[in-house]
Design a protein around this ligand. Sequence first.
Ligand code: ATP
Length: 277
Amino acid sequence: ERVRVMELEEKPAITFADIGGLKNEIIEVREAVEYPLTRPESFEKFGVVPPKGVLLYGPPGTGKTLIAKAVANNAGVPFLRMAGSELVHKYIGEGAQLVRDLFEMARDLAEKNNGVVVFIDEIDAVGSMRTNDGTSGSAEVQRTLMQLLAEMDGFNNRGNIRIMAATNRPDMLDAALLRPGRFDRLIKIPAPDNAARMQIFKVHMKKMEAAGSLSGIDYDELVRMTEGLTGAEIEAICREAGMLAIRNNEDLITGMNFVQAIRKVKHQDKDEERRDI
Ligand code: ATP
């Protein structure tokens, strides 16, 4: 069960070349997370204290997890992930214990590997504003949050445990999480604009291109047709276009396959919205 809540990638395989767009965001994350690990002496020399925790916020499927993994890869340290959503609905005391386990494991990994990137996904699940309507902020969730705050207060900004978190709902977060010495650097990861969607298509079509299996692709048209879609959806479109070509026994993946794939992924989105209602 704990394995599901925590995920360890000793050597994450994601690199910055796997990320389309987000150039400035990547620079900011590297400065806050990677350089304190790879050149701590620069921070010492200039008397700069790196942030304690970095919060990535923005819509789902836009590359927050990718950036965190790529930074860990670049720094040559393991990537330890915990999903906030899996900490709730636990028995009393279990959420707090899992947070303790997470940081114990982080300390152990950091010692053995000269650092670690800890990534707490969907932190809003444990760190939402205290409410009295019973919908969130139950006593158990509060205990889990308190443990997380205590753990963050318990180590040094200059240490080699770099803490990152992600949320789609920054507005919901408890202010205690955002105080100096906790998640004190906020970086927005936006939905991709035209140029970024073009680059994301290129990332996910790289293998098709290398295999010489593409024909008649109008990238500008793909970008136009995917206004408002995320990186995760563009990845799904590329996979679907390939599947269509395979299913129809075609020689090459064509622009038409992509157009059909875009329609399909867009309709799936609509179906999901309908289910939500
Ligand atoms: P969530 O909030 O749902 O956890 P996230 O922002 O962490 O989302 P990721 O897990 O990083 O999203 O992205 C999901 C998948 O979508 C990635 O594995 C990747 O294939 C694709 N993807 C998302 N953004 C990008 C991007 N900027 N460039 C390339 N691929 C992307």
